[in-house]
Design a binder for this molecule. Sequence first.
Ligand code: KMH
Ligand code: ZN
Length: 277
Amino acid sequence: MTTPTLITVAPTGAESAKADVPALPVTLDELVETAKECEAVGASVVHVHIRDAAAQPTLDLGRLRDTVAALRANTSLIVQLSTGGSVHDPEADRLAVLEAAPDMASCTMGTVNFGEDVFLNRWEFIVDLHTRMQERGIVPEYEIFDLGHLWALQRLLDKYGLPAGGHVHVDFVMGVPGGMPGTTAALVACTTALADLPAGTTFSATGIGRATLPVLLASLSAGGHLRVGMEDTVTYERGRPVESNAQLVARAAGFARLAQRPALTPVEARTMLGLPA
Ligand code: KMH
Ligand code: ZN
């Protein structure tokens, strides 16, 4: 039996500048329009970073609340807010993201070098995020930048219990300079390590930059799900900038159909991820 494919779109991120990537959605209107287009071609989850009036990354709570409301009003997508923010965001602001009451939120499972920067995720901070999400009924997506992060997740679940909804879903973020590479071998190492996590744990994978296609194909063939979007990839093919997030989602959905693992609808995705209908 084949498993349909969960497609998450990560449309904006915190790293690219609007001046360098004009197609990047940075206003609420642009984000909502992108989300609608991506849902129409196969996305079921939207992983959200927002920008301020100057198109700079922000974790402003009012803007986050407005964003959750607008995405819910205009799409059926599962709204996943980033608690990773940008590498410069303080822990308190990252924790406060949960006050915007999304369906899901990201929870990165360890510190990782991030290009020239450091993406800091202390153990106590991870425990705080995990337990606050449990209390609020927010379903985490555990972000795995390196193999050891899976071992940290095993420790977290052993000590503090399963997430809200009882289902464990991880996302392998591959090809960040400082993290694991975006290769089939690294993906296989991660999927092998999943054997130590609760039965039924699901995974998606995304490759940064030129790792996009190798990771997408490896994940599909390994029974995994997909994350694509301009947070991770701004070049569609050599010398050709991405025109829109929907272009990336459509390509992912096309590969998923070829693999006879068509895209899940948001309703089906809710069931898989342990979210209320
Ligand atoms: N922007 C990165 C520092 C997440 O969204 O949780 C962190 C990130 C992970 O994108
Ligand atoms: Zn992110």
